[in-house]
Design a protein around this ligand. Structure first.
Ligand SMILES: [Zn+2]
Length: 337
């Protein structure tokens, strides 16, 4: 049997939870309620009697798309593939936001350059999916205890093209991205948020007007309860989502983009400057991931407050290429099997 408890954030509540833990009750925090009318925030807990089956939990893997799930930028590949990169560059340098620049570039490519639907689809077919990434996605999809979603500022047509080409569209519970469709032969991209998402600036890293990944992830996590989240990302747009994660979650942040010299990724830099604990190469052992997964009882019982904070609560696992990422996720998933 399980019960839901609401406790004010006070010393007495912590004492009570410690008392319950010592008497073989497990508990986990589901959410925190704050409000002007409340003196202290109120925490909602799920509580039950400890047994091996009651400790089984669920995990969520969140995939950013560009340079995370695929080893390329899909927007750039698309506009270059249809020969419209110069239009996109002109719009971006003119100060237009990325999402709107993509839409207008694709429209101009169709109207002024005669780029057809097939031309756009052919360009998208060149997007690569690394073998190791595909294999780990398929492995995770076989686990009953794990869900996967995509959270991306690319667009639905590009993402679906890759997923279908590789037969992995059923591996994901949800795809959260900018809507896109062909209208009168032109690929058109719309913003994810139709109105102001209201995300306030975090140290000069305001989310673009079309998408706040933090808001999207927070909404998803309030509706779906997971013991642990593993977030895979690389760029500035992923930072806001990382501010919504808790101490039991893990952030897999890419270190650099391929090139000579390699260019450092923004997310890892931002996480470091906001107090995140970055694990070393030596720590990337099976034992670390085993303990980080929900297999460890003490670890699971530690509170996993997912309260928005610029100070990053989650540990960060840096990865340099898709093979290393796949290897780390495989080790982590062995604790979920
Ligand atoms: Zn945001």
């Amino acid at each position: 049997m399980q019960v839901l408890l609401s406790l004010p954030e006070r010393e007495e509540s912590r004492e009570f939870l410690g008392f319950a833990l010592a008497r073989n009750f497990w508990w986990r925090q589901l959410r925190q309620i704050r409000g002007d009318h409340l003196i202290n925030p109120v925490n909602i807990y799920q509580m039950g009697v400890m047994s091996p089956t009651s400790m089984a939990g669920r995990a969520l893997v969140v995939w950013d798309f560009d340079w995370s799930l695929i080893n390329k930028d899909s927007d750039e590949t698309l506009v270059k593939g249809i020969g419209a990169h110069h239009i996109f560059e002109r719009l971006i340098h003119g100060g237009m936001h990325w999402n709107q620049s993509m839409d207008l570039t694709l429209l101009a490519a169709h109207d002024d350059m005669g780029v057809s639907k097939q031309d756009a689809l052919d360009a998208l077919m060149t997007l690569p999916l690394e073998k190791s990434t595909k294999e780990v996605i398929q492995k995770l999809a076989l686990l009953d205890t794990c869900d996967q979603i995509i959270l991306s500022d690319a667009n639905y047509v590009s993402i679906l093209s890759v997923l279908q080409q590789h037969g992995i569209e059923d591996c994901f519970m949800d795809v959260h991205t900018n809507p896109a469709e062909f209208r009168a032969g032109a690929l058109r991209v719309s913003p994810y948020h139709k109105s102001d998402h209201g995300c306030t600036t975090l140290k000069g890293t305001a989310c673009p007007p079309n998408m706040c990944k933090g808001k999207v992830l927070e909404g998803f996590l309030l509706e779906n309860n997971y013991n642990m989240v593993a977030y895979v990302g690389d760029g500035q747009g992923d930072f806001c989502a990382c501010t919504r994660l808790g101490p039991r979650d893990l952030i897999f942040a890419r270190t650099a983009y391929p090139g000579n010299p390699p260019e450092n990724c923004a997310l890892l830099k931002m996480l470091k400057s906001n107090g995140a604990a970055v694990i070393s190469d030596e720590q990337k052992s099976s034992a670390f991931f085993k303990s980080a997964s929900t297999g460890d009882l003490q670890h699971m019982l530690a509170p996993n407050n997912r309260v928005r904070s610029e100070r990053i609560a989650s540990q960060v696992v840096p990865w340099s290429d898709p093979d290393e990422l796949a290897s780390c996720l495989t080790k982590l998933a062995s604790g979920w099997a």
